[in-house]
Every structure is written in C-alpha cells, then in structure tokens.
Design a protein around this ligand. Sequence first.
Ligand SMILES: Cc1cc2nc3c(=O)[nH]c(=O)nc-3n(C[C@H](O)[C@H](O)[C@H](O)COP(=O)(O)OP(=O)(O)OC[C@H]3O[C@@H](n4cnc5c(N)ncnc54)[C@H](O)[C@@H]3O)c2cc1C
Length: 382
Amino acid sequence: MTYRSPWMTDELETFREPFRRFLAKDLAPHAERWRKEKITDRSAWLALGEMGALLPSVPEAYGGLGASFAYDAAVIEDIETMVPEMSTPVSVHSNIVAHYINEYGNEEQKKRWLPKMASGEFIGAVAMTEPGTGSDLQAVRTRARKQGNAYSLNGSKTFITNGQLADLIVVVARTSDEPGAKGISLLVLEAEGNDGFRRGRNLDKIGLNASDTSELFFDNAFVPAENLLGPAEGQGFIQLMQQLPRERLGLAIGAVAAIERAVQVTVDYTKERKAFNQPIIAFQNSAFKLAERKTEALIARVFLDYCIMQMIAGDLDAVTASMAKYWCSDKQVETIDECLQLHGGYGYMQEYPISRMFVDARIQKIYGGTNEIMKLLIARSL
Ligand SMILES: Cc1cc2nc3c(=O)[nH]c(=O)nc-3n(C[C@H](O)[C@H](O)[C@H](O)COP(=O)(O)OP(=O)(O)OC[C@H]3O[C@@H](n4cnc5c(N)ncnc54)[C@H](O)[C@@H]3O)c2cc1C
C-alpha cells in the first residue's frame, strides 16, 4: 500500500532524506540522556538550526527557508518519529513562538529575534497558563504596567515548555484593567540579565521527560515597551485565537506520526515474539486489532492531510483544527494503549519504545487546549 500525502513534493523529499539521517545519527543517540536529565542540549538546537529545520516557513529575510507549511509538517512528523524527545520543545519554538513574532512583530522585532531563533541560538517559549488559570485564558492575572518606556511585569506562569532553556518568552499579560479578553496583550520577555525574571522548578512529569516544563516568576520583570507584539495593547487574545489553528494542527501532526509509529513497532514486535509456539500476530485477536489500528491510522492520515492542505492554502478554520487536535490525540492515546497490550509485559518496560510512547501520549489530550475545550469550540459551531 503506497499513499503519498498530497502536500509532499520531490523537493520536500530531498530535504527530508538527509534530515532523517541527521536525526537518527546526531540526535537520537542523546535522547536517553535527555530523558534522565529532563532537558535537551543546546547543541541539539544549534544542529537543528544548521539543518534549516527550526523555522522552515519563516521568510528567508528573517533566517527561515521561506517554505510552505508543508515543511513545518514534515519536520514535526520526522522529529516525532525519530527523536520524539524533541517534538514538543521544537514545535513550541518553531510552530508557535516564531509565528507570533512573524505574524505580529514589526520589522525591527522580526530582524532582532527570528534569525537567532532559526539558528537555534535563541530558544522560544510561550507563557499563557498560570497556577490559577489554564483553560479559561481570559482569566490570566499576570500584569504588565507601563512605566515610561518599559513595562514592569508581575505574576507567575506554570507548565511552560522550554521554560528552563528559553531566551525569549512570549508572555500573555494584562496591560489594562479592562476585564476578560480586552485587557490582554502579548509581550516578548528577553530572559538574559532580566533581574525581575526567575525560572522556577523544572517540573516532575510522568512522561515527556526530555522536555523541560517550568514555573516562571515575574517580580517587576523588565520588558521594553517596544517588545509589545502588534500595533497596540489589548490585541493579545485575538492574536492567540488567530494562531491556535496552527498550534492545534501541529499537535495533530505529532499525534498521527505517533499512531503510525506505534502500529509499525507493534507489527514488528508481534511478528518476532512467540507464545504457544506461534508469533503473537498469528493470533486472530492480535491480527484483527492491528488491522483495525492500521485502518484508523490511514483514516487519521487522510483527515490530517486535508487539514494540512487547508493550512497551506491559508484556509484552515479554528473548528476544523480543533477537530483534528481532539480526534487525532484521542486516537493516539487509544492506539498506543492497545499496542502496548500486544507487547505484554515488555510493553511496560522502559527499554521498549511503546512504553515511552504510552506515557508521552497522555498529555496530548490536555495541552494546546484540552480536548473538552476542543469539543466546546466544535459544539458552538453546530
Ligand atoms: C507538559 C505540559 C506542557 C505545557 N506547555 C505549555 C506551554 O508551553 N505554555 C502554556 O502556556 N501552557 C502549557 N501547558 C499548559 C496546558 O496548556 C494546560 O494544562 C491546559 O490548557 C489545561 O489547563 P489546566 O491545566 O489549568 O486545566 P483546567 O483548565 O483546570 O481544566 C481541568 C479540567 O476541566 C476541564 N474543563 C475546563 N473548563 C471546561 C469547560 N468549560 N467545559 C468542560 N470542561 C472543562 C478541562 O478540560 C480539564 O479536563 C502545558 C501543560 C503540560 C502538562
């Protein structure tokens, strides 16, 4: 069975081939250590930058490749398949933070930050979630008060991906006392030498262990007024909403790549492992389960490809992106659970990739907007 995604081109295949080799040879051997240390190496980011893999769809003038979203999709997919430890950190940096700057930054901001993000010298994070608010983003309390030519930022954030490594943090903050969405702005905090900014713990998670996730504290942290994203204050919530389809599609791309990988590693394992003198896959239950999952993987792929094509055309709407995020991540968790079952006790051992995929998958239903929130958005459109 050969299926080629409609967004795949010969040129993109040519980009991917050496990229995959690089991931396998230069990054994958470090993944185990990153899991133990709960953080990736900066050198890995620089190497990804050198491969042109960090900001592929950002214009060349700002250090990117000037490519279409197809390149973003291919990079996310390949990292998820070959070095899943870097999947979430890189997606946040490349697919989310860079695009806030690319979309809403002025010329000076783009020139200042994007080339360094493309090379991996600067690592990006986005800080929306607070200890008191996650799903209800309009309730954020972090406050930025303008004093002369700068904002003084106070408050705290939590669960921030790349929080330990980040050089640039897009902070969702209130710039006025107006309630709800109206008073929210996006400010870019530069971490170096910022006395009022403090990184908290690298949080102890059940999975996704190579991805650092942190609390962040702002105690009169300094943000120059010129680091506001967009022409005026109060645009932050709209900016967030506009970029969410891209973020949610990125999560769906990772989910489908993980589903495909889970099915493949389980087919391989069940062909090898024997019970009652026959390979596990020879039991009808195993074969049927894998047949069902293989079918669903293709259904997910075709739906995902439709969404990617919409994104490339600039037509992906928030509701469809929410469908992709919720459905693909639900399927990811379900599929990996069943694949782990077919591994028997070995599936519960860390040395088998399916065990890591199992713990890593679970967060997909929660971050980027929980799947309940996705259904809320879809339901509103009915
Ligand atoms: C590993 C990891 C990485 C993360 N990375 C980032 C990051 O880089 N930046 C960032 O800003 N955040 C990040 N997050 C935070 C993540 O986006 C939030 O955890 C998520 O949005 C949910 O918010 P919450 O945890 O406060 O849950 P809550 O909002 O407290 O929700 C709890 C439960 O209630 C449900 N619920 C809430 N409201 C409704 C409703 N209206 N209807 C029905 N059900 C509802 C939710 O679906 C959920 O099941 C990360 C989280 C984790 C764990």
